[in-house]
Design a protein around this ligand. Structure first.
Ligand code: SAH
Length: 361
């Protein structure tokens, strides 16, 4: 099946074998390090719950244990190579470099005073290659390892803590398709909601996917309480095929069958993401098809204004009035509808704009 091929085609990550973010790593070396269980708890609470940078967290331990940890594990798997703050809103885009020299992007979102989120990448590049997405245009480079995903969250937590804020939400809406890298995403999600690690509420973790249904079924079986968003963007097959030409499977029909099964397992609403593109998926027919498609699904519709990207000059955002009418019609049909407000457009940090060539290194 196509989804399988794509997954296999993504080069395997080259994980940092001694990352401090690997579960069991510190436990395995505990006797040698002389690290007491309560000291390990102190260290993890500081790093993952309170956004303390690893070196400062080590300073909370007895000096011998701290020195010994430095000999056994690597504190970082990513190096920050760029930080850009939006001048118009609360977004900060980070360029992070992997051990092998690849750059990925992570976006810190300050939504309201004290309430903050991080948008993390699951891959460098993306095999889904949607027409409207800058990350897709670079195709897939490689999957990220779990510790590389976890570190993006840890770094965001550190930045926010330094401002007196707290990281509340993690959204997998950065570079890559999370369900093409399910194993690493699952490892990372497990740590995000683990009370001994980040201790985030599952309701504050959101995975957005193009709908790789076999992988999604497996993910939902393990994590039924994690929030899900599906990038639908069109409910007419020919329109979806045009916007997402590399996603040959599943068909819209099979996707819907899978969504209903998934709904049975989760028993909570799923977000349906729908990009509004002028003259492409915003007609009355598109709207009616969307209403029909979602009629028996437990969904919340999230309309996304298109953020223009380079190399796709034929795509334009729907005029605001069209978007408002679209939203009003969906509401009138009984759906919960929200329109996304993307932060970070001025620093190319908004949805679909992440591509590391914008990092000047
Ligand atoms: N691979 C995941 C995460 C992608 S980013 C997925 O496809 O769901 C999160 C959302 O931003 C997706 O719904 C994606 O389709 C959307 N997006 C991509 N390019 C965009 C653009 N140029 N403008 C606005 N939203 C975009």
């Amino acid at each position: 099946m196509h989804a399988r091929l794509v997954t296999d085609a993504a080069p395997r990550p080259t994980p940092e074998p001694f990352s401090i973010h690997r579960p069991g790593m510190l436990e395995a070396a505990r006797a040698e390090i002389g690290l007491q269980p309560h000291a390990l708890r102190t260290l993890r609470n500081a790093m993952y719950k309170h956004g303390v940078p690893p070196r400062d967290a080590l300073a909370l331990l007895p000096p011998r244990a701290a020195t010994s940890i430095l000999e056994h594990v690597a504190l970082h798997t990513l190096d920050e190579v760029q930080r850009r703050n939006s001048s118009s809103d609360g977004a900060t885009k980070l360029g992070l470099r992997t051990r092998t020299g690849l750059i990925l992007e992570t976006v810190v979102l300050r939504i309201r005073s004290g309430r903050s989120a991080v948008c993390v990448s699951a891959q460098v590049g993306c095999a889904a290659r949607c027409e409207f997405c800058a990350t897709g245009q670079m195709a897939i480079v490689r999957n990220l390892a779990a510790e590389e995903i976890v570190e993006q969250v840890a770094v965001a937590g550190q930045i926010l803590r330094a401002e007196g804020r707290r990281l509340r939400n993690v959204v997998f809406m950065g570079m890559g398709e999370p369900m093409h890298n399910r194993a690493a995403v699952e490892e990372a999600v497990a740590l995000l909601i683990d009370p001994a690690w980040f201790a985030l509420s599952p309701q504050h973790v959101l995975i957005s996917t193009v709908g790789i249904v076999d992988e999604l079924r497996r993910f939902v079986a393990r994590f039924p309480h994690i929030n899900l968003a599906l990038s639908l963007h069109a409910a007419r097959p020919e329109v979806r095929a045009r916007l997402m030409p590399h996603l040959r499977q599943p068909s819209l029909h099979d996707l819907r069958v899978a969504l209903r099964e998934i709904q049975e397992v989760r028993r909570r609403p799923m977000m349906i993401e729908y990009l509004l593109l002028d003259g492409i998926n915003d007609s009355d027919d598109d709207r009616d098809a969307l209403i029909e498609y979602c009629r028996d699904l437990d969904v919340h519709l999230n309309l996304i204004p298109y953020n223009p990207i380079a190399n796709a000059p034929w795509l334009r955002p729907s005029p605001a009035a069209r978007g408002e009418a679209f939203a009003a019609a969906l509401k009138a049909a009984g759906f919960t509808v929200t329109t996304r407000f993307s932060l970070g457009t001025d620093i190319a940090a908004a949805c679909g704009q992440l591509v590391p060539s914008s990092v000047g290194v």
